[in-house]
Design a protein around this ligand. Structure first.
Ligand SMILES: [Zn+2]
Length: 291
């Protein structure tokens, strides 16, 4: 493949960027992070699957893939007791961020997409469990100030309820086994017993049932979901001519609105009926997060 056949923003020359933009004015943003996925999978599983979905969608149906975002909301709110339970007090090797800087940065990312001429942004988060709701809240606030459509999905949400997703279990390990078999080592399945204190490092109980075939079926179902979004939101062809740049003041106004809704941020608190983080956990200070 030559660079000009790439679907990645970072690998496109200006001419090919504008051609792709005109044909299909859709930008995809892959979002993930590095976090525990058991001892059998690499830390960036969430990023790798989001990148694949975005790149494959752009190859099949057009559009351009923005530089992947390898940092995501974690530690805060409901993540804290979860980490205490599945990883304990070990080094989790995470690229985690709290909610506010992520959402603030996200709004400026959307501004960059708008300024570059896109009419539709499709955000695919490989990290799920609630963060995507907060991105949707920010996306909705942004939509009130621009005519660019913004859709946010975690990967299982693309499958119309066929999969609920899991964490480093049969679902996720199958996905990576299909995409990057070099990033899975099932021989390490019992390595968690070596940890002191013992921790599964968030490895799912049913991880040994993972297969590449199941992973392929999941990814195809996710891609079918992206295709549905594109079909349901047919935008007019893009225009290569420059847009009037969105003023910073507009983004700051949107951010104020998002901040005012911080009591609704799902990632800022425990889930209903979720037991609090134990007092001796390193994650305890992060379970209540508000700005
Ligand atoms: Zn994951």
């Amino acid at each position: 493949m030559t660079t000009s056949e790439s679907v990645k923003w970072a690998e496109l020359f200006r001419k090919e960027f504008l051609e792709r933009l005109t044909q299909q004015p859709v930008v995809y943003l892959p979002m993930g992070l590095c976090e525990p996925h058991g001892h059998i999978a690499v830390l960036g599983l969430d990023t790798l699957k989001a990148e694949y979905l975005c790149e494959e969608a752009a190859r099949r149906w057009g559009g351009i893939v923005a530089p992947a975002q390898g940092y995501q909301i974690h530690e805060v709110g409901f993540h804290a007791p979860w980490l205490a339970e599945v990883a304990g007090n070990v080094n989790t090797c995470m690229t985690s961020m709290p909610t506010a800087p992520m959402l603030y940065f996200f709004l400026y990312q959307l501004r960059a997409f708008y300024n570059a001429g896109f009419k539709q942004a499709i955000i695919i988060s490989g990290h799920s469990g609630g963060n995507q709701q907060d991105f949707r809240l920010a996306a909705e606030a942004f939509r009130q100030e621009s005519d660019m459509m913004v859709h946010v999905f975690s990967d299982p949400e693309l499958t119309d309820g066929k999969y609920t997703g899991d964490h480093a279990g049969k679902y996720e390990i199958s996905q990576l086994l299909y995409l990057r078999p070099d990033c899975i080592d099932l021989n390490r399945i019992d390595e968690w017993q070596l940890d002191e204190p013992e921790t599964r490092f968030a490895q799912g109980e049913d991880a040994p049932e993972a297969t590449a075939e199941y992973g392929k079926a999941i990814m195809e179902d996710c891609l079918a979901g992206i295709q549905k979004v594109l079909q349901g939101n047919n935008s007019a062809p893009g225009v290569a001519a420059p847009r009037t740049l969105m003023p910073y003041a507009t983004v700051e106004k949107v951010w104020q609105r998002v901040k005012e809704q911080s009591s609704q941020w799902l990632t800022g608190d425990l889930k209903p009926d979720q037991p609090p983080t134990p007092d001796n956990s390193i994650w305890k200070p992060f379970e209540k997060y508000r700005v």
